[in-house]
Write a protein that binds this ligand. Structure first.
Ligand SMILES: [Zn+2]
Length: 313
């Protein structure tokens, strides 16, 4: 069945790019609402938008929604991927996110605070069946040697491979099924990351003004600048998985399929959704059909066995 939150949750933080304080309210929403986002600081009758792929504007650094308000002004909300990932990871179908600024707070650069608060607040089961988007055939989006693929699968799985120039990151792989509590244990706490030289380049462009070692892992060649180091030896691949889970939730419903990203990013995840929905024979919408799968039912249990890909922590 569909799920929402038992009550509203408030998050206070700063925007990664603006560096400005922002308050985010995540509230319960009725059945079949999906995920809505509102800019309460924008005085416009159209200051609310659905979290859907067709409202995304290309951006390499984060996932950015942009649309035209009733007054003709462009309204934007950026860095939506981590809260969407936490909502997907917690199996929340319906929620209303309200922000008093243009950016979702970055928190510690992962989704763990979002996920933990959702879990603490509790999940309310609703009376309509969950909608899933079942992948019926392979859909692929490529750019050079990079790719993002969705294949049919009876349970939702995510795999990410990256190959980063900085030796501190290098080649990493992570794979997990979105069942049995793996999101909480192996994905939610993986932080965003970047290289020291991209920090300088972003600052020059007026971006990442709120970025610090409190909300990102920064590497310089072989060196990790954060005194605490990585949370997992493959934390970067886990974070890219976290991002992919959030970006793919812009499908408007959970995807029942297997995702594999190779050196992909936010823009490619959105392009993959565009490919998926471009041909109706690629997918079907199923209502509640997989609620009965054992793996889905036991989602909120602790994982019984750590996967071989989750080596440390
Ligand atoms: Zn991210």
């Amino acid at each position: 069945m569909q799920q929402t939150l038992k009550k509203e949750i408030i998050f206070n933080g700063i925007g990664l790019h603006s560096g400005k304080p922002v308050t985010m309210r995540v509230s319960p929403a009725s059945e079949n609402t999906g995920i809505l986002l509102t800019r309460s600081d924008v005085d416009d009758s159209l200051n609310t938008i659905e979290a859907k792929w067709n409202h995304v504007v290309p951006s390499e650094l984060c996932t950015l929604l942009a649309w035209q308000g009733a007054n003709g002004e462009k309204i934007t909300i950026s860095t939506i991927e981590h809260i969407l990932s936490a909502l997907r990871g917690a199996n929340i179908d319906n929620a209303h996110i309200t922000l008093d600024g243009p950016e979702v707070p970055i928190m510690d650069g992962s989704a763990i605070e979002f996920f933990t608060e959702i879990e603490k607040t509790g999940v309310q089961t609703q009376s309509a069946p969950t909608k899933y988007i079942r992948v019926l055939k392979e859909v692929r989006y490529e750019e050079g040697d990079k790719y993002a693929v969705l294949k049919p699968s009876t349970i939702p799985t995510f795999r990410f491979d990256l190959d980063f120039d900085a030796p501190a990151i290098g080649e990493q792989t992570f794979e997990a099924a979105l069942v049995n509590g793996y999101y909480k244990h192996d994905i939610a706490s993986a932080r965003t990351f970047c290289t020291l030289d991209t920090v300088d380049a972003m600052r020059e462009r007026g971006l990442a003004l709120g970025g610090s070692l409190e909300n990102a892992v920064v590497v310089d060649g072989e060196k990790v600048m954060n005194p605490e180091g990585f949370r997992f030896e493959n934390e970067c691949a886990r974070h890219k998985t976290l991002d992919a889970i959030g970006d793919l939730y812009l499908a408007g419903a959970p995807i029942l399929g297997a995702f594999h990203g190779y050196k992909a990013g936010h823009a490619m995840h959105t392009a993959l959704l565009r490919e998926l929905f471009a041909d109706e024979s690629n997918y079907e919408v199923v209502n509640g059909a997989i609620d009965d799968l054992p793996a889905i039912k036991t989602f909120h249990q602790e994982p019984t066995q750590r996967q071989h890909v989750s080596a440390s922590a």
